[in-house]
Design a protein around this ligand. Structure first.
Ligand code: NAP
Length: 323
């Protein structure tokens, strides 16, 4: 396993982290299978785990709590997220901080997550969404300092809303942000425009999420793809997005040698970017962990390949279905 520094936290986190949304909330999740996958991750040297209260309303956090208990001798970095009080995504500039991340709400959910995780301190707490119009509001700033002083959290950051990578830059510039989580993959290259430079200047760790565009870059989708009722992917890969996703994948593949391993290329693309500290594919199955470790070990792509992939950038605008 290879490790990188997570910004000013100074932690050495594995380049391949473990995303835990699917095992909390997607259909087809099986806790025994998820625990086996998590164990394999730890045994392989993965030490960064990304969860959230909302991933199964505590289910994913409880799995992570069990994992930490199963490996008392290992330092496993826990990253979890506080949902907005109104439980609405994406954030709207019309929402107030009181409606989303009031001080009492943040503190209440830190306590809930501590309980689910069964730990006395959470390594990294992220707000699960953000609008930069709140950056100068002292309410959240004071809350962060209080939570750190009380020892309940070690580091604090923001999970930046989908397809809005610049919508946290003012908050980062306050100096109170230790790490951000942002969508970055072969399609979503926009964090390279501004965000990564700001993170580097402010020594903020970057957690690159959704490396496979929720599944497009795993090549598992077809035009008939549908999931059981309640699975969020029915919304994301609905009529407006499924065909365009398949079209973008097709055009990517047409530009690459036949037989190119797309998921492997996707992870290598992300890890070729020096601003990225870790990437966190969702992995419920041990076979996917093994494949993703191979990709991580292959390391950076050639400059020529990166240039080729630049053509496949796909800028999208947040919508009601993008979450
Ligand atoms: N902050 C936020 O608002 C937010 C939003 C989205 C995601 N996230 C975080 O980012 C993580 C990653 O995003 P995601 O899980 O939504 O999507 P993703 O990582 O883009 O895709 C996950 C899918 O890829 C499959 N997979 C993993 N490795 C594979 C491989 N080598 N070959 C083929 N398939 C493979 C997984 O299968 P299995 O699961 O069956 O193994 C799962 O179906 C989440 O788990 C979560 O921790 C955060």
């Amino acid at each position: 396993m290879k490790y990188r520094r997570l910004g000013k936290t100074g932690w050495n986190v594995s380049e391949l982290g473990h995303g835990m949304w699917g095992m909390g909330g997607w259909s087809g999740s099986d806790d025994d299978e998820s625990m086996k996958a998590l164990h394999l991750s730890v045994e392989s040297g993965i030490n960064f785990f990304d969860t959230a209260w909302v991933y199964g309303n505590g289910r994913s956090e409880k799995l992570l709590g069990q994992l930490v208990k199963d490996f008392p001798e290992k330092k496993l970095y826990i990253s979890t997220k506080i949902p907005p009080k109104n439980f609405k995504w994406p954030m709207e500039p019309t929402f107030t901080l009181e409606e989303t991340f009031s001080s009492s709400h943040i503190k209440e959910y830190v306590q809930k997550s501590l309980k689910n995780l069964g730990v006395a301190q959470i390594d990294l707490v992220l707000l699960h969404g953000w609008d930069d119009i709140w950056a100068k509001d002292e309410q959240w700033q004071k809350t962060v300092l209080e939570l750190k002083q009380s020892g309940l959290i070690n580091a604090f950051g923001l999970s930046i809303d989908r397809w809005e990578p610049n919508n946290a830059i003012s908050a980062i510039n306050t100096g109170l942000i230790d790490a951000v989580e942002v969508i970055y993959n072969i399609f979503d290259q926009a964090p390279e425009d501004k965000l990564f430079a700001v993170c580097r200047n402010m020594d903020v760790g970057v957690i690159a999420r959704v490396p496979f565009d929720e599944g497009t870059l795993t090549e598992a989708l077809t035009i008939k793809s549908k999931w059981p009722e309640g699975d969020w992917r029915n919304l994301y890969f609905g009529p407006e997005n499924l065909q365009p996703s398949l079209d973008h994948l097709k055009s990517l593949k047409a530009d690459l040698p036949a037989g190119t391993n797309i998921p492997e290329l996707a992870l290598q693309f992300i890890l070729s970017q020096p601003a990225v500290s870790t990437t966190i594919p969702g992995m419920r199955k041990t076979e996917n962990i093994k494949k993703n470790i191979i990709a991580m070990e292959k390391g950076k792509l050639s400059d020529q390949m990166i240039q080729n992939l630049r053509k496949h950038r796909w800028d999208r605008k947040p919508t009601s279905w993008s979450g």
